[in-house]
Design a protein around this ligand. Structure first.
Ligand SMILES: CC(=O)SCCNC(=O)CCNC(=O)[C@H](O)C(C)(C)COP(=O)(O)OP(=O)(O)OC[C@H]1O[C@@H](n2cnc3c(N)ncnc32)[C@H](O)[C@@H]1OP(=O)(O)O
Ligand SMILES: CC(C)C(=O)C(=O)O
Ligand SMILES: [Mg+2]
Length: 556
């Protein structure tokens, strides 16, 4: 049954208008980040991570710069318990990192959690119970008062056990399923918890507002957060944390608007792994800040390493289009994008190396460990001359003349179209060489001599149909003289419409020159050739020879 009428909106708006967040334009500082990869991310995996895998993941999170890491639900399984004990007993928790553990608001589970966390230098104990209308009615079958009591009893037990234990404990409470909870009621429960914990400036507590299941447009969530922000008791000593999931595909928007609405902290995961459609993706959030000139306070400079480790440890796959880290997110196949990127890159070098403004690339791919060579301009049948020229320049130092680019662009596009495949830079070079270098189906120039008498006089020896022929001619310059010789002999126009040359710095060999020559045929069509030689005259004559051959071949 595909019937929309079975669904209705399950969220609740705050009782008063809460839309001050609308006036804020952007997020101006990084929130407190808390990774929940090892808990929420892990509980969503087909095969939760082993001890060794969790240890490696923990090190990765520390390297990225998380200062708060939810390491698990120690009452859940032996692996979770042993992992936590290993971190503590082997002193693996850096001084500036605080671990966090999750527990249901149930006495035996809270007690087991405190046992597990014994000896930790610092820990956030995170307790939760569901508060939504649906969970109250269907799962717990309890009144609002009874559900609040679960939270209050849990909060009391945390305080009591922490007082008995040696250690530096902070507390976090989540009204789980907050997004399906009436905001006034969520507020009442959270305030009851805060009143028990009595947080101070030196010992703040965390109230975590989860979008356990995303139920609304992100602006509704932001209004709910703002309502809590404005009405929580002892607000200055409370850290408001958000924990968005991504059921509607707007987890990032929830987090961003929620931060505008007053939140201080974000719980999320790398690449958005997590229950169902995932937790909010911390990488996208952080990179969104970074791309607006705000320090995200996470080091995401080696995205390929992060991606590889994540995929290996979780068996999850990062989508090719995943923001900032997918394989294709910096790739431009289409002609107009390539052209703009290529021009933007040149503009950057010539005008402003300090700021990144290249069209179509929100950030510099090199910032996250990607390369221009293989990641940005990629060639297929959607590509254009700008992209093809960029690939040759970037990979082989060839600066294709503007006039020649269209001819080359269509030649490359056609090959890709016919073969139905992307072309590597090497294959683009091969097309260039086949088409323009030493292209001699009609004749070959075997010798050229010049004499400087009354301009330039030349004898050009060509080989045609197995025969050697000497042609005498003259011109204003050497190339002009050879062009005249060919034109006269073949009785075919060979006017030069394009001539450019530059040195080619081939790694490992002496530098050579490349010349590009374009000629106009009798029918007014342009034909191009290229030549490479240590001697620039030789390179130019080779280029002219190829262009003339193509022109004659077409005329035949
Ligand atoms: C949104 C989230 O991600 S929340 C985190 C979810 N993560 C996990 O659940 C992973 C780890 N969990 C587990 O390993 C197990 O659930 C355990 C070990 C914690 C508990 O196991 P069990 O007691 O066997 O099972 P279960 O979780 O089904 O318990 C259900 C009971 O706890 C109650 N309960 C569930 N959550 C809570 C809570 N947060 N606070 C208080 N009671 C709760 C239920 O109402 C139910 O009560 P009932 O026995 O009276 O019907
Ligand atoms: C435990 C809570 C915070 C949770 O994971 C959720 O509500 O999504
Ligand atoms: Mg969650």
């Amino acid at each position: 049954m595909f019937d929309y009428r079975q669904y209705k909106r399950g969220y609740f708006m705050p009782p008063v208008e809460c839309n001050d967040w609308v006036k804020k334009e952007y997020i101006d500082k990084a929130p407190i980040w808390c990774s929940v990869d090892l808990r929420d991310g892990n509980q969503a995996l087909v095969e939760p991570m082993s001890l060794e895998q969790k240890l490696e993941f923990f090190k990765l999170l520390v390297k990225v710069g998380f200062k708060e890491i939810e390491v698990g639900f120690p009452a859940a399984s032996e692996t979770e318990y042993v992992f936590l004990r290993t971190l503590i007993e082997k002193n693996m928790i850096p001084d500036d990192v605080t671990i966090q553990v999750l527990t249901q608001a149930r006495e035996h589970i809270i007690k087991k959690t405190f046992e597990a966390v014994k000896g930790a230098p610092r820990a956030i104990v995170h307790v939760y119970n569901s508060t939504s209308l649906a969970q109250r009615e269907q799962v717990f079958r309890k009144s609002k008062e009874d559900i609040k009591k679960i939270a209050v009893e849990g909060a009391k037990l945390l305080k009591e056990l922490a007082a008995k234990e040696e250690g530096n404990f902070a507390f976090e409470y989540s009204p789980e399923s907050f997004t399906g909870t009436e905001p006034e009621y969520a507020l009442e429960v959270c305030n009851a918890v805060i009143d028990i914990w009595e947080p101070t400036a030196d010992n703040k507590c965390i109230i975590n507002l989860p979008a356990t299941v995303e139920m609304s447009l992100p602006h509704v969530f932001a209004s709910q957060v703002e309502y809590m922000d404005k009405n929580l008791h002892n607000r200055e000593n409370v850290i408001i944390s958000l924990h968005p999931h991504n059921d509607r595909g707007t987890g990032v928007a929830d987090a961003e608007l929620g931060l505008l609405a007053g939140a201080d902290r974000i719980e999320g995961t790398l690449f958005g792994n997590g229950e169902r459609t995932g937790n909010v993706d911390v990488i996208t959030l952080a990179m969104n800040m970074y791309a607006q000139g705000v320090n995200p306070e996470l080091d995401l400079s080696n995205m390929p390493e992060l991606s590889e480790t994540f995929e290996r440890l979780t068996q999850m796959k990062i989508d090719d289009r995943h923001p900032y880290c997918g394989k294709l997110v910096f790739a431009a196949f289409s002609g107009s994008h390539q052209d703009a990127i290529s021009k933007g890159m040149h503009y950057r070098i010539e005008n402003d190396t300090e700021h990144w403004t290249v069209p179509y690339l929100p950030i510099n791919p090199e910032d996250v460990g990607r390369t221009y060579d293989s990641d940005v301009i990629r060639i297929n049948s959607q590509s254009g001359k700008g992209g093809v020229a960029y690939v040759l320049e970037h990979n082989y130092g060839m600066i294709i003349p503007k006039k020649m680019r269209e001819d080359l662009g269509y030649a490359v596009k056609d090959v890709s179209d016919v073969n139905h495949k992307e072309l590597t830079p090497g294959e683009v070079l091969e097309i260039f060489e086949k088409r323009y270098k030493k292209y001699t189906p009609v004749f070959k120039i075997t010798e050229v001599h010049f004499r400087q008498i009354d301009g330039i006089q030349t004898t050009v020896t060509i080989e045609k149909d197995g025969e050697k022929i000497n042609i005498e001619s003259k011109g204003n310059g050497r190339l002009d003289a050879v062009s005249n010789a060919l034109s006269e002999y073949f009785n075919h126009n060979c006017d030069i419409c394009c001539y450019e040359e530059h040195t080619l710095n081939n790694k490992g060999s002496e530098s050579s020159a490349i010349a590009y020559v374009g000629i106009v045929s009798d029918e007014g069509k342009e034909y191009y050739g290229a030549g490479v030689d240590h001697d620039i005259i030789r390179a130019s004559i080779d280029a002219l020879e190829s262009a003339m051959n193509r022109s004659l071949e077409k005329a035949e």
